[in-house]
Each structure stands twice: as C-alpha cells, then as structure tokens.
Write a protein that binds this ligand. Structure first.
Ligand SMILES: *[C@@H]1O[C@H](CO)[C@@H](O)[C@H](O)[C@H]1NC(C)=O
Ligand SMILES: *[C@@H]1O[C@H](CO)[C@@H](O)[C@H](O)[C@H]1NC(C)=O
Ligand SMILES: *[C@@H]1O[C@H](CO)[C@@H](O)[C@H](O)[C@H]1NC(C)=O
Ligand SMILES: *[C@@H]1O[C@H](CO)[C@@H](O)[C@H](O)[C@H]1NC(C)=O
Ligand SMILES: *[C@@H]1O[C@H](CO)[C@@H](O)[C@H](O)[C@H]1NC(C)=O
Ligand SMILES: *[C@@H]1O[C@H](CO)[C@@H](O)[C@H](O)[C@H]1NC(C)=O
Ligand SMILES: *[C@@H]1O[C@H](CO)[C@@H](O)[C@H](O)[C@H]1NC(C)=O
Length: 300
C-alpha cells in the first residue's frame, strides 16, 4: 500500500473521530411528542448543573421548511437571545433549559434540537419530534347503497370529519375483520369493498379511526336485498309500501266486511246500532240521550 494512501486513511480516521467524540448524545433516539392543536408543548431540558455549561441553543428543523434558531443562552454571562417570532409564545427555563411553546399549530411541526455546549468543550444534544394532532371525531361511513343485492359489489367509505394523521381499521361483530378474497381494503384502509356479496357477509361492521391522541368509530349494519322471498327490498320495491297488491287485498276485505255488516243490519238491528253511536257522541255531563240529528246540528 503506498505511503500516501495510508496517510490519507489515517487522516480520514482522525477526522471521523474528531467529529464523533465531542458529541455526547443525551438521548440516542429522537423523542416523539404529540400535542393537541392550539395547546402547549413542553420540550424537556436537562438536569446538568448550569455552572458546567458554556452555551445553550434551541433550534428547530420545521417540516418542509428552513432551520430556525429559536434561542441561545449563556449561563455565564446570563445573555439570552430569543427569536422575535417566538418571543411572545415561548417560555424558557434558566434552571433546566426546557422550552415551553404555547398555541402550537401545524407550522410548528418538526424536530426541535437542544444543543448544550459544556465548558469542557463537549456537547450534549437532545432531539424531540413534535407532531400536532387534532383529535378524531364524527366518524362517518358512506356507501352507494345500504341494502345491496346478493352477488353485487359494495364499498364502504370511512372518514373522520375532524382529526388528522388518522389510521383506519375494520371490525366485524367486534372482531378484527377476517381477511378473505372477497373483502378488499384500500391502501389506507379507509375503504372496505365486498366483491360478489353473499349471505355470510351480513353483519355489523365497525370502522375505527384513530390517531396518536384519540380514536372514534362508526357502525354499519350490512343487510342483503335478496331477489326472492321476504326481504327489505320487497316492501320498498316497485310496489311501494305495502304495495298495490297489499292495498287491493285490504280494499277487498273492507268491501266484504261492509257487505256483511249491511246484511246483518237489515235483520232489524239498525236501531240499536244507531243508538249506540249516538250515545258515544253525547257529552257526559248530563247523561241525557239526545237524538243524533240534534247533535249534528249543535256541532255545526
Ligand atoms: C386557541 O386557543 C385560544 C384559547 O386557549 C382561543 O382563544 C383561540 O381562539 C384558539 N385558536 C384557534 C385557532 O383555535
Ligand atoms: C424544567 O422546568 C420547567 C419550568 O420551570 C418545568 O415545568 C419542568 O418540569 C422542568 N423539568 C424538565 C425536565 O424540563
Ligand atoms: C452546581 O455546581 C456548583 C459548583 O460546581 C455548586 O456550588 C452548586 O451547588 C451546584 N448546583 C446544583 C443545583 O447542583
Ligand atoms: C426566527 O423565526 C422565524 C419564523 O419561524 C424564521 O423565519 C427566522 O428564520 C428565525 N430567525 C432565525 C435567525 O433563525
Ligand atoms: C365486482 O368487482 C369485481 C372485481 O373488481 C369485478 O370483476 C366484477 O365485475 C364486479 N361485479 C359487479 C356486479 O360490479
Ligand atoms: C379465493 O378465491 C379462490 C378462487 O375463487 C378460491 O379457490 C379460494 O378458496 C378463495 N380463498 C378464500 C380464502 O376465500
Ligand atoms: C390496514 O389494516 C391491516 C389489518 O387489517 C393492518 O395490518 C395494516 O397495517 C393497515 N394498514 C394501514 C395503512 O393502516
């Protein structure tokens, strides 16, 4: 191996070590922090003694935007700089260097970094990923029809009217939805499609929408509209409720009843029936029998 190459490799190694050593991570992993929209988020500081610290800096890499410096503080000189845009809504603790941000919005989403420069020239870095959440509410399920015919396809679309960063899942009769090759979920699980719908698909389906801070659900009762036999379709179908046939049957019975009544009343019982009717119409205050003709006259 040529001398120059070995020299370069050594130099690269030294450079690598130089970059690596001063950085002592507070927390190897980036912390996740979910906070509700328009509330307050507390970004944790450190428990280091201020007397060993040279400089403190909070900055943020906002989602899809530039890196912004929020504040810098040096305990020695007690100098503090706070970005003008943040001055009104952040509170910084001089004791543990935590940062409190009020009224968080979606534009505050991103990774927040606390860099602590120690007097011995080491540094500590802590990162927190902030995600702003609107709680799930008002979950809806829509579909082209609520009573599909057997053998047809039907898609149930689930949507949380409020809420962000939602994920969806489905249950049938409170159990996770059995995966079949006639039940298809969309990529985001928000839509459930039944292919060639069968009797066995009937049941209560639930869509659960959830995000980091909340969840909501909506039920959908799937029924089948069979082509034959008694089914929900029959009563609401082309004949209407209860159907022309139904009306015809009812009318037939009414007619035959009227016929029978007339026959029986012609057997000399007409007076009794007439009197009963009249008596029911009479006011109960005096109990007097009033002829029906008279009552009709009063009512006018
Ligand atoms: C944020 O909350 C404050 C009170 O806590 C309220 O006055 C304000 O209207 C809210 N803003 C939004 C956009 O919800
Ligand atoms: C730091 O100080 C703030 C305000 O004084 C406090 O709310 C917080 O709980 C403290 N602890 C940490 C670990 O940040
Ligand atoms: C910080 O360290 C100084 C001396 O190094 C000590 O006097 C002081 O009590 C310490 N403070 C805390 C809060 O531990
Ligand atoms: C201060 O904050 C604003 C808004 O986030 C940002 O545009 C600006 O670059 C920040 N200033 C510095 C020096 O980072
Ligand atoms: C149902 O969906 C399947 C697969 O997408 C398709 O082959 C079939 O034609 C559809 N049936 C009806 C009745 O639309
Ligand atoms: C999926 O469909 C194929 C072809 O129709 C069938 O042979 C198979 O048994 C089905 N599998 C399940 C799990 O329903
Ligand atoms: C969809 O639901 C299945 C379980 O039915 C789950 O394994 C999968 O991770 C979900 N996908 C998404 C994108 O939520």
């Amino acid at each position: 191996m040529p001398w120059e190459t070995r020299h370069e490799m050594l130099f690269a190694l030294l450079l690598y070590l130089a970059c690596l050593l001063p950085e002592v991570m507070m927390d190897q992993k980036t912390k996740e922090d979910y906070c509700r929209f328009n509330t307050t988020v507390l970004l944790m500081g450190t428990n280091l003694n201020a007397s060993s610290i040279f400089n403190v800096e909070w900055h943020a890499q906002l989602n899809g935007r530039e890196k912004v410096s929020i504040l810098t503080y040096s305990p020695g000189s007690n100098n503090i700089y706070i970005n003008e845009s943040y001055r009104k809504r952040v509170v910084f603790s001089h004791l543990n260097f935590s940062l409190t941000i009020h009224y968080v919005t979606f534009s505050d989403e991103g990774v927040y970094t606390l860099t602590i420069q120690l007097l011995n020239s080491q540094q500590q870095i802590g990162r927190t990923k902030v995600t702003v959440i609107i709680p799930v509410s008002n979950v809806h399920i829509t579909s082209e029809t609520s009573v599909p015919h057997q053998g047809k396809n039907i898609t149930l679309n689930c949507l949380g009217m409020a809420g962000n960063a939602m994920s969806y899942s489905w249950q049938k009769c409170n159990q996770p939805l059995p995966i079949g090759n006639r039940t298809i979920l969309s990529k985001d699980n928000a839509s459930l499609t039944f292919i060639n719908i069968q009797q066995s698909d009937i049941g209560n389906y639930r869509c659960v929408a959830q995000n980091a801070l909340s969840s909501g659900h909506k039920d959908f009762i799937l029924q089948l509209c069979a082509e034959t036999g008694v089914s929900p379709c029959w009563s609401y179908g082309i004949y209407g409720y209860p159907g022309y046939l139904g009306y015809a049957i009812v009318l037939f019975y009414i007619f035959s009843w009227v016929k029978r009544t007339r026959k029986s009343s012609s057997k000399g019982q007409s007076d009794a029936i007439y009197e009963n009717t009249a008596f029911e119409n009479t006011p109960t205050n005096n109990g007097k029998r009033v002829p029906p003709v008279y009552i009709r006259h009063i009512k006018k």
